[in-house]
Design a protein around this ligand. Sequence first.
Ligand SMILES: NC(=O)c1ccc[n+]([C@@H]2O[C@H](COP(=O)([O-])OP(=O)(O)OC[C@H]3O[C@@H](n4cnc5c(N)ncnc54)[C@H](OP(=O)(O)O)[C@@H]3O)[C@@H](O)[C@H]2O)c1
Length: 327
Amino acid sequence: MKALQVTTLGEPIDALTLVEIAAPLPGPGEVAVRVRAAAANFPDVLMCRGLYQVRPELPFVPGVEACGDVIAVGEGVSNELIGQRVVGGTELPFGSFAEVAIMPASQIYPAPTSLDDAQAAALLVGYQTGWFALHRRAHIQPGETLLVHAAAGGVGTAAIELGKAAGANVIAVVGSEPKRETAAALGADIVVNRSTEDFVAIVKEATGGRGADVIFDPVGGETYRKSTKCIAFEGRIVIVGFTSGEIQSVALNHALVKNYSILGLHWGLYRSEDPAAVGACMDELTSLANSGQITPLVSQRHSFDTWPAAMQELANGTTVGRLALIP
Ligand SMILES: NC(=O)c1ccc[n+]([C@@H]2O[C@H](COP(=O)([O-])OP(=O)(O)OC[C@H]3O[C@@H](n4cnc5c(N)ncnc54)[C@H](OP(=O)(O)O)[C@@H]3O)[C@@H](O)[C@H]2O)c1
């Protein structure tokens, strides 16, 4: 099969090499999936660089999620799954940037019929992360104000849609004017361009000085510090990632004085700690997709040949929504 493998760590454009290798076979509890579409995530970039918390042995095929057809099942897995169109998380080193990927059978779900392959591929990580951040961790309520950082990105676009579906007023922060259009089209009530505008002042003005009830932060560093200046009384800041490259320290005296909560989110951990909640979330996401309330934004679709350059664009922070590989 064809696959994009990382043989030497580095920037995606250098690290991803197109190779012909044997298609992997599923082990006990696993399925092999013929990939219809794979979605890119920022952790794929970090894995190419060797900077993610998960460091597969070289060589490995990255790609943590996909939509595809089950073509083989391992020991202990029902044959009835064969032929089903599913979305799921992969088992590295056999990721989804390949014609065939391996997935734990416990982590595959029927692909929503309302979504095409690339959209379905982008449903799992981004929308599950958004849903667990907003609902399970922050308990967002209708009418609350949600501030979303990196709002035109993969998890950010999901957070905008899920915030609107939850009845929140959404303020989205982006880094450029084209991204402003993306966030507005997804339903954000107010969009802030962080390169020319001050999100703290805009959040305060929009909320009559109260601040945002929930802040979704995949960026960290200075963005986190500024977020603490516009968090509401009893607000919740959800720590989702550190795309700024800086893992910030937290001033707990400030959290005490202003009565706000700082919540960590590691969505992947729910897959082992509470798999039933992940399944229930997927049911909810499927129903939101089927009713048209969420549609993963797939901005680019690529073949193997153009995928390394596309992944480099993701690394450079210039993409919007999700990129999809169609093997
Ligand atoms: N906690 C979890 O369970 C979980 C799950 C999935 C993903 N994540 C994390 O979520 C983050 C976003 O992932 P993604 O796949 O959605 O990628 P992404 O949105 O493309 O993330 C990159 C975006 O961050 C923004 N950004 C803001 N300040 C930045 C800065 N100083 N330097 C670089 N970028 C900056 C940029 O958008 P603007 O220029 O428009 O601001 C950039 O496009 C990653 O850190 C990922 O690891 C966490």
